[in-house]
Design a binder for this molecule. Sequence first.
Ligand code: THU
Length: 162
Amino acid sequence: MEEIKKISTVKKYTDISELLETDMALLKQAKEAVHSSYAPYSKFHVGCAVLLENGKIILGSNQENIAYPSGLCAERVAIFYAGSQYPDVPIIAMAITVKADDYVVKEPITSCGACLQSMSEYEMKFKKPMRIILQGETGDVLVAEGLKTFMPFMFWVDELGK
Ligand code: THU
């Protein structure tokens, strides 16, 4: 028996002025996207900004439904739009932020498993790791390089991808 360890590293910025300008700009766009969130049930508003290789920025926000599973997370709203409107343009980075109605979210929120899985598909499609920038409503910003940071043992079968 051997243990397999995969180590994930994220950069934490407590001083936001240290962020790269491009990361800061994308985060600002994600905060704009929060305003279009439709979250009357969870009252938890998520905003996402996707940066494409051609410089285009796509915004997405969570869209809920009274039949709860019919709603969709901000990340998938944004990347599926990007994938359908710009099928040949790689996704370079995504910024994700949140705002709750009843409390202040002071910690970055990591995307749910279904979103991570969906995001990872585009990394594989374009063979490029995405930069992920996360912040709560306030507080530290986390920056990660690639989805493997969050899913070190993610599902991948070479033969299916061919
Ligand atoms: N949500 C997202 O938009 N992204 C995630 O990665 C996790 C959760 C949304 C779904 C739902 O509308 C609300 O946040 C509460 O779960």
